[in-house]
Design a protein around this ligand. Structure first.
Ligand SMILES: *Cc1c(COP(=O)(O)O)cnc(C)c1O
Length: 379
């Protein structure tokens, strides 16, 4: 294994052309970032109102192909509000993956709802339509247009899928199942900006989708998130909730429900407008990097590179390999200043979510055991 790791270290160093520390994913600012940021500061509109916020929303709609976009302070707040706009309430159940970043389940929890963990597909690392169908048929029934867990009568209001590392899940099939069972579908596309499934951008299949622009994502504004949807009412509701539910008026402060201060700042948006201009070149670079990794790992026994799933065009946000000796590989790579990490601990294993309802999570456990993420920054 040590010999194999040496080869990996050598390959990554050659790719990034450095003897120094190689991070997992660092941002690249080589476009108009400083220019727009200066413009933003000069305008004095650095907070929650400004032209860059509007510009960003409009441009993101163009990239994704959605009708509406509401920019938020981060991906987690976007998820929270997406769930609220789908009617998720205290006591509800929300189906999601155990193989995801903790924010997915936390946002469900913020609504007072409980995550229900269903297995992922071995082909995509995203929610498995087969497992979803099986779970629903075994445990649930639809009564008066509401899906409920038979045993407890708990309503299942929504399902959150996640496009893991930018690889699209089989979201068209999942959308069909959700429709049949009267469940709203939310796509956590925090990692999937620039990823397409069957020639349609991710986050365009469900009722609503979200993106994150945190520092480690494919584009970043330092912070940032977005809610995208084709549903005008849902978009209006999302905008209202993210802007303290203030009723629009020139000078009066009237708030008609408990809202949130989740609006993206113009400062973050100025960076994001510049980053969005770079997206195509980032995607090209990432595709080339993934291709190089794929070819390289063909020559390394016992290591499997995770390629984009069928019918998909992935953004290859974070490259991943499957290795038997995971911990040894992690130790060797990190010792050699090549940052690498395992996938998240399954959420069903965290103290805070260990009592949630779940299925066998067979494939989730498999990925949790063998995945290693490797450096994936734009070269
Ligand atoms: C990054 C991420 C989030 C949260 O985004 P923030 O902008 O950090 O709040 C949510 N879900 C997934 C899957 C993520 O990777």
């Amino acid at each position: 294994m040590i010999q194999k790791c040496k080869k990996i270290v050598k390959f990554v160093r050659k790719t990034y052309k450095t003897d120094g520390f190689i991070p997992l994913h660092e941002p690249r600012f080589r476009g108009n970032e400083k220019k727009y940021l200066n413009e933003c500061i000069d305008s004095t509109f650095v907070s929650s109102v400004g032209k860059f916020v509007d510009m960003f929303e409009e441009k993101l709609c163009g990239v994704v192909g959605s009708k509406h976009c509401v920019a938020t302070i981060n991906g987690t707040s976007a998820l929270h509000v997406a769930l609220l706009t789908c009617g998720v309430k205290s006591g509800d159940g929300v189906i999601t993956q155990a193989l995801t970043f903790v924010a997915t389940a936390n946002a469900i929890n913020y609504c007072g709802a409980k995550p229900i963990f269903v297995d992922v597909s071995k082909k995509t690392m995203g929610l498995s339509p087969k497992a979803l169908k099986h779970f629903l048929e075994k445990n649930c029934e639809v009564k008066n247009s509401t899906c409920r867990v038979k045993k407890t009568n708990q309503p299942i209001r929504a399902c959150v899928v996640m496009h893991t590392f930018g690889h699209p899940c089989k979201v068209d099939k999942i959308a069909k199942i959700c429709k049949k069972w009267h469940i709203k579908l939310i796509e956590d596309g925090a990692e999937s900006l620039g990823s397409f499934y069957k020639n349609k951008h991710t986050c365009r299949f469900g009722d609503v989708g979200i993106f994150s622009f945190n520092g480690n994502k494919i584009i970043t504004g330092g912070n940032g998130g977005a809610i995208v949807t084709d549903d005008e009412d849902l978009a209006k509701k999302a905008k209202h909730l993210t802007t303290t539910a203030k009723v629009p008026h020139k000078w009066e402060y009237v708030h008609d429900e408990v809202g949130y201060n989740y609006r993206l700042s113009n400062l973050n948006a100025s960076l994001l407008v510049a980053q969005l201009e770079e997206l195509e070149s980032f995607l090209t670079s990432k595709r080339e990097l993934a291709k190089k990794y794929k070819e390289f790992f063909k020559t390394i026994d016992g290591v499997e590179f995770i390629d984009e799933p069928k019918n998909s065009k992935s953004n290859f946000w974070l490259n991943a390999i499957l290795v038997k000796n995971r911990d040894k590989v992690l130790e060797e790579l990190n010792k050699n200043n090549i940052m690498s990490r395992p996938v998240w601990k399954l959420l069903s294993k965290l103290e805070i979510y260990k009592d949630c309802q779940k299925d066998s999570l067979k494939n989730s456990k498999y990925f949790a055991k063998y995945v290693v993420n490797i450096p994936s920054s734009v070269v």
